[in-house]
Write a protein that binds this ligand. Structure first.
Ligand code: 13P
Length: 251
């Protein structure tokens, strides 16, 4: 039985005032009933400590949106996994499509980040997903397979023991156009199948979450699919009421 995960990716949104209000409301609204689901908040890096302090004593877990592949060094502007560990960060997104597309992160860089996160004992959340053009060309599964195999080749299947995979079709991110439960389930099953070729037991245990326009009114249907183990939530996670409803949609 895989434990569900619902993670909030706030992206580059927020302010001290908004973080205060949002986390207070989440702590109040998610105080109970978290037994079946891990809930993580990935704020922009400057607010990690603020979220850590506000969430202390609650079951909310902390996540980060990005990381550098080295633990320290002359990398102006970057943040290492070791630094994130100082703030009790448990989950770190790697390979989000916005990082791949807007910041030119390639598979090797993503794999290095993945390794750095595992190396700190944190949980990498490897984001994979195809563009609309790739889906329409019938290449969705191949593209996702390549993204996954690149990290498997660099890090080894053992590094996935505790990892999470987030399937986020690029065409569904921030567009209001969600993958249908059937489309998402098919890709999740395909991802699990790829993992199973490397390690059957591990594939059964690996959490695969869906991201891309998950809202309060479509979460339950998505999360009810056999291979969908929760969600990675962008826009709707900035609305406490909607995010709480999404968390409560895990059956
Ligand atoms: P939206 O939920 O806003 O579509 O964003 C999804 C996402 O990119 C989460 O990482």
């Amino acid at each position: 039985m895989r434990r569900a995960l619902v993670a909030a990716n706030w992206k580059m949104h927020g302010s001290k005032a908004l973080v205060d209000e949002l986390v207070d409301r989440l702590v109040a609204g998610l105080g109970q009933g978290l037994n079946a689901v891990d809930i993580a908040i990935c704020p922009p890096a400057p607010y990690l400590q603020q979220v850590q302090e506000l969430a202390r004593g609650s079951e909310l877990l902390l996540g980060a949106q990005n990381v550098h592949g080295e633990n320290s060094g002359a990398f102006t502007g970057e943040v290492s996994a070791a630094m994130l560990a100082d703030f009790d960060v448990r989950f770190v997104l790697v390979g989000h499509s916005e990082r791949r597309n807007l910041f030119a992160e390639d598979d090797l860089l993503v794999a290095r980040k993945f390794a750095a996160v595992s190396g700190q004992g944190q949980i990498p959340v490897l984001c994979v997903g195809e563009s609309l053009q790739e889906r329409e060309a019938g290449q969705a599964e191949t593209v996702v397979q390549e993204q996954l195999e690149a990290v498997l080749a660099h890090c080894g299947v053992g590094a996935f023991a505790d990892a999470v995979i987030a399937y986020e079709p690029v065409w569904a991110i921030g567009t209001g156009r969600t993958a249908s439960p059937e489309q998402a389930q098919a890709m999740h099953a395909s991802i699990r199948g790829i993992l199973a070729q490397h390690d059957k037991e591990l594939a059964e245990k690996t959490r695969i979450v869906y991201g891309g326009s998950v809202k309060a009114d479509n979460a339950a249907q998505l999360f009810a699919q056999a291979d969908i183990d929760g969600g990675l939530i962008g826009g709707a996670s900035l609305d406490a009421t909607a995010f709480i409803q999404i968390c409560n949609s895990v059956s």
